[in-house]
Design a protein. Structure first.
Length: 156
């Protein structure tokens, strides 16, 4: 089963913990982007060589809502989470808690100089003009990367 699926820690508390972790990465300008009453992404920047590099960590609640429904079906969560708004609320608690755990693990790598903050967050580097993260841009143009791989294979 998915990590943290039974968490009862409020989203607001987890977001505060995430912000505290981001500050340890020397993040500045931490912003929350809302969709209705729900936080749909965290945005921040890290300064490197005098330049502010923006990052965006998006969240798709729908995916964790599916996990919640599956946990209810498997009797791992009470039936009260089968319908709204409880299913969405639990989905939000789960996804933000997992992000917090991920950041905490990445911070350990950062603290031992295994990776710098930019390297860790690179998939989440944010292009405001295109309103896309680097990963989203990669998905749109992945054939360019595959083409390079195929070209190298044909030269052997």
């Amino acid at each position: 089963m998915i990590r943290n699926y039974t968490t009862q820690i409020a989203v607001e508390k987890t977001i505060l913990e995430i912000e505290q972790l981001l500050i340890k990465f020397n993040a500045g300008g931490i912003y929350k982007e809302y969709e209705g009453q729900h936080i749909k992404s965290l945005m921040f920047y890290i300064t490197k060589d005098g330049q502010k590099i923006p990052f965006k960590i998006p969240v798709t609640i729908e995916k964790t809502r599916t996990v919640v429904a599956k946990a209810v079906a498997n009797k791992k969560l009470p039936h009260k989470y089968a319908s709204e708004p409880a299913r969405t609320e639990q989905g939000e608690r789960i996804v933000w808690r997992i992000i917090k755990d991920w950041l905490d693990s990445q911070l350990s790598l950062y603290e031992i100089n295994f990776a710098d903050a930019i390297e860790i967050f690179l998939p989440y580097a944010y292009n405001a003009v295109q309103d896309k993260t680097m990963y989203e841009q990669f998905l749109e143009h992945k054939e360019k990367f595959i083409a390079i791989e195929n070209k190298d294979a044909s030269n052997e």
